[in-house]
Design a protein around this ligand. Structure first.
Ligand code: IPM
Ligand code: MG
Length: 357
């Protein structure tokens, strides 16, 4: 029996609802497969924990989960705790502390999910966005002086290192190489940002030499939004900085039908530390507790987690079950359906069981 140790951190808002749904589906896969088991340990970190303890997770939080094989994460963000506190108290310390430098965001139009792109459906949009996840605009470098005075100054400094850019570029070229079309688009803003972004372009040229079978091109981030919207078929693998890819991946989620189906994986490609798998959508306080959160993003990131754990066959079964349920129109209101989170979950569990017969 292959045992995988999982830390579950549902955290805030709809996080607990979708993680619960994800664990039900993973349980069905375990039973169907019979060859692996997930040992899940739950951690109650997040904004409620913060209100009691004054911190989002204990000081030795990373040590407690370092020995896990993966982290299954819900969402952070609460209406009564500042966003920068929740983010810098839990999610970013895990990403940065475990050097999960590759953020992988697959985007596709799933069957049955309406896209706002007129005339476009499954097959017209099939991308993987690779987001640099350890530095850039999210480095946390900067500060404020003369706070509150008219002469106050604030800086927010982007840090780009040759090591950081080279490793994400190699990861992106390798990802493009592993996909059928072997096509990579490198996104920057190297016309206006003339230091770090120009170094990105130079490093892309250098790394490309090691991947002669990958076709690649460059886009400025503003023009990229137009290409994604008007010519989605022209793109396959995309690599961009932490902030650029943050923005582009929300656009990608919307173009594919809903941010409610968009998954993400925060990967340490060298496997020195556990990687973290989460839906992109965030805590969504407007629908928390209503039982209508879309669990598809969490199911899809569970696929990414299974692939990372070496359970490719279970990952494949799960993706097929998700696609079947979406195609059958069993979906939550954000994608035009009327099903609840639990109804979608049960349909996916049922599809997994049925595939076994
Ligand atoms: C994402 C999210 C986060 C980010 C938020 C919650 C800080 O938007 O994962 O895309 O900007 O990284
Ligand atoms: Mg985002």
């Amino acid at each position: 029996m292959r045992i995988h140790k999982i830390a579950s951190i549902p955290a805030d808002g709809i996080g607990p609802e979708v993680i619960d749904a994800g664990l039900q589906v993973l349980d069905a896969l375990e039973q169907r497969d019979g060859g692996f088991a997930l040992e899940v340990e739950h951690f109650d970190w997040g904004s409620d924990y913060y209100k009691v303890h004054g911190e989002m997770m204990p000081a030795d939080g990373l040590d407690r989960i370092k020995g896990k094989d993966a982290i299954f994460f819900g969402a952070v963000g609460a209406p009564d705790v500042p966003d920068h506190v929740t983010l810098w108290g839990l999610r970013l310390p895990i990403c940065q502390g475990f050097d999960q430098y590759a953020n992988v965001r697959p985007t596709r139009i799933l069957p049955g999910i309406p896209s706002p792109l007129a005339g476009k459906g499954p097959g017209n949009l099939d991308w993987v966005i690779i987001r640099e996840n350890s530095e850039g605009e999210y480095s946390g470098a900067g500060g404020r002086v003369h706070r509150g005075l008219p002469e106050e100054v604030a800086t927010e400094v982007s840090i780009f290192t040759r090591t950081g850019v080279t490793r994400i570029m190699r990861f992106a070229f390798a990802m493009a190489q592993s996909r059928t079309r072997k096509l990579l688009t490198v996104v920057t803003k190297s016309n206006a940002q003339r230091h770090g972004m120009v170094m990105w372009d130079e490093i892309a040229e250098d790394v490309a030499a090691d991947f002669p079978d990958v076709t690649w091109d460059k886009m400025l981030v503003d023009a990229m939004t137009v290409r994604m919207t008007l010519h989605p078929e022209s793109l396959d693998t995309i690599v961009a900085t932490n902030l650029h890819a943050d923005v582009l991946s929300d656009l990608a989620g919307a173009l594919a039908g809903s941010i409610g189906v968009a998954p993400t994986a925060n990967i340490d490609p060298e496997r020195r530390n556990p990687s973290m798998f989460e839906p992109i959508h965030g805590s969504a306080f407007d629908i928390t507790g209503k039982g209508i959160a879309n669990p598809v993003a969490t199911f899809w990131t569970a696929c990414q987690m299974l692939e990372h754990l070496g359970e490719a066959s279970a990952a494949d079964s799960l993706m097929k079950a998700i696609e079947g349920v979406c195609a059958a129109g069993i979906s939550t209101p954000d994608v035009g359906g009327s099903a609840t989170t639990q109804e979608v979950t049960e349909a996916v569990v049922e599809a997994i069981r049925a595939a076994n017969e």
